[in-house]
Design a protein around this ligand. Sequence first.
Ligand SMILES: Cc1cc2nc3c(=O)[nH]c(=O)nc-3n(C[C@H](O)[C@H](O)[C@H](O)COP(=O)(O)O)c2cc1C
Length: 124
Amino acid sequence: MQSNLVLHVLYISTASPFLSVPALDDLIAKSRVRNAALDVTGLLLHRDGSYVQALEGAPNSVNDLLASIQADPRHREMREIVRYENDVRDFPQWYMGCEQMQDRREGRLDLDGQRLPKSSAATR
Ligand SMILES: Cc1cc2nc3c(=O)[nH]c(=O)nc-3n(C[C@H](O)[C@H](O)[C@H](O)COP(=O)(O)O)c2cc1C
């Protein structure tokens, strides 16, 4: 049904400038309010000045929001990686989940759930 159509967009971008934790918290708090009003869900991942954001919702809402985000001077080099439509949300509970990605190589878990010593961490 047309009214259930969900547009999914995933993009990457580069922070400019690098946002402080309070500035990022403020951005996320405001995003949650607007995304809730638009019924747009998704998540924002960031690490070392790079963002990955997934947005999903009614096509008009997602496209309008993306236009605002694209014009935001707090990041640049925005590049869409994925865009498709279906009728299912991947993040139905999250108006904007946010996570700082960590370096998983340090003390990564081996298959038995034991912590590997740093020296044996893979280099990939
Ligand atoms: C990486 C990044 C992600 C953003 N994600 C959202 C978002 O999901 N929702 C939102 O309302 N604003 C988001 N913003 C903020 C918007 O770009 C914009 O400042 C805000 O929507 C206000 O838009 P307006 O100035 O057109 O009113 C994001 C900004 C950046 C830099």
